[in-house]
Design a protein around this ligand. Structure first.
Ligand code: F6P
Ligand code: MG
Length: 455
């Protein structure tokens, strides 16, 4: 303007100015505070008009938007509290996603990616321990090939199948939502083999044997193509252990192909999106660089990361080579589908003709984690002794899909328990006692492994 000074003004991008510090470091804190403030006001507000403002999702061109908005209408345009937990939580992440999908330059941005990789890096002790264990197992299996088909070989394979599945199961205990209550050190303790052994007694439903028999039978019958699907849950450490199980199934011949199902959008903080595969594999491809380059936090704390030993780097390189070869031979497929980020439960899966027909061609479909379990059981308040086959409704017997859920409990819904088991665990320390709250089921300390033969 005419009246403005001709002297250049301070610019936010002047790194030597306070404008820079303010815009870069202070504004994010202020904006986060503003979000917190709005949240407080909303939680104290009882004006429905204010609470329901702007509920429908903005159309970002994806086919699921219409379904979400139709569901909202069917629910009577609810408030954030007067609504089923399962739908509202899915809606929340779908809504966050539209803020990016409707932008010009941030369409593919994953707000959780940094956190996912940082937590994976902090899982270093368990990652290295498992890489060493995996290398031993595969090397031993290759040596024992001549013994295939003998009873002692079958027995050893069965034991390994159980171990690998349990590793894969407990990998679900440490999703990022737990970071709100646990430190990185706590998480490391939960991931080690000692913790796993100590936790065996906490698997309160264990149908692994049925799943093993299904895979073994298909192989014994000489079926040439034997596929196992994994409907994935979390990225980082959990994806790493999922790949360990997948690699084992292929190497042992219990499966000839693995199909992995990630999410299509950033989901429930830690869930796998396709880019997470690339990030994990590039970390494993250059493990020294990944572990020895200072992280942002380490820079701030002036900490130098411990170097990786040659043995540790070698064990990770072995993993990378194995998976790389299996991938090159077409034994791995990654198959995202928008259905996995719908707001409804998996009781609706049979209506997704193409997807369910595809799953029917698999010997076994493994559903990982808490949210998948909630979706299988429709997140309903079942009596805990309800059989799993009943609680998964149309995905149970007759569905054509063999379902195996590997889930550490982080929500109220639980089924398939023996009579009195819920009461027994409620009476343990932190279990909820006679408060009427099933508190034991919230922390990831207990787990269920449930199978339903659908064929
Ligand atoms: O927000 C809570 C929740 O939906 C819980 O069910 C669970 O604690 C977490 O998010 C997701 O867990 P998971 O990654 O195992 O599905
Ligand atoms: Mg998850």
């Amino acid at each position: 303007m005419e009246l403005d000074t001709k002297t250049p003004q301070y610019m936010n991008n002047d790194e030597k100015s306070f404008a820079y510090v303010s815009a870069r470091d202070r504004w994010p804190v202020i904006i986060t505070g503003a979000i917190d403030d709005t949240y407080r006001s909303v939680s104290q507000c009882d004006d429905p008009a204010k609470l329901n403002e702007d509920d429908p999702l903005r159309d970002d061109g994806e086919p699921d938007i219409a379904g979400y908005n139709a569901e909202l209408e069917k629910l009577g345009n609810p408030t954030w509290f007067n609504v089923p937990w399962l739908f509202s939580e899915c809606y929340l992440y779908r809504r966050i996603s539209t803020s990016f999908s409707l932008s010009t330059h941030w369409k593919q941005y994953d707000i959780f990616s940094r956190q996912k990789m940082a937590t994976f890096r902090s899982s270093r002790p368990a990652v290295l321990e498992l890489a060493a264990r995996y290398k031993d197992i595969i090397t031993q299996m290759n040596k024992d090939k001549a013994k295939k088909g003998t009873p002692e070989h079958d027995e050893a394979e069965k034991i390994l199948f159980h171990e690998m599945c349990e590793i894969c199961l407990w990998g679900n205990a440490t999703d990022l939502s737990l970071l709100t209550s646990l430190t990185y050190e706590d998480i490391q303790k939960l991931q080690g083999s000692e913790a796993r052994k100590a936790s065996e007694k906490n698997i309160i439903v264990n149908d692994l044997e049925s799943a093993y028999q299904v895979l073994k039978k298909a192989r014994d019958e000489g079926k040439a193509e034997r596929r196992v699907d994994i409907v994935l849950d979390n990225a980082g450490f959990e994806l790493y252990v999922d790949l360990i199980l997948a690699g084992f199934l292929l190497s042992s011949g219990l499966a000839t192909q693995i199909v992995l199902h990630p999410k299509s959008i950033p989901w429930f903080v830690s869930d796998v999106v396709p880019q997470d595969f690339a990030d994990l594999l590039s970390a494993l491809a250059q493990p020294k660089k990944f572990y020895e380059t200072q992280s942002e936090d380490e820079k701030l704390q002036d900490k130098t990361p411990e170097p990786l030993s040659d043995k540790e780097a070698g064990d990770l390189a072995f993993l990378f080579q194995e998976w790389g070869q299996q991938y090159a031979e077409g034994q791995f497929a990654i198959r995202p589908n928008r259905f996995w980020t719908h707001g409804g439960s998996f009781w609706r899966l049979p209506a997704e003709k193409e997807l369910v027909d595809d799953l029917r061609t698999s010997e076994l479909v493994i559903f990982k984690g808490d949210l998948n379990y909630r979706k299988l059981t429709a997140d309903a308040a079942w009596d805990p002794t309800t059989p799993f086959t009943e609680a998964i409704g149309p995905m149970g017997p007759g569905s054509g899909v063999n379902v195996l859920a590997l889930r550490t409990c982080k929500a109220d819904v639980v089924v398939g328990l023996k009579a009195g088991e819920d009461e027994r665990i409620r009476a343990t320390e932190g279990g909820g006692g006679d408060s009427g709250i099933r508190k034991w089921a919230w922390s990831g300390k207990w787990a269920v492994v449930s199978y339903s033969g659908g064929k």
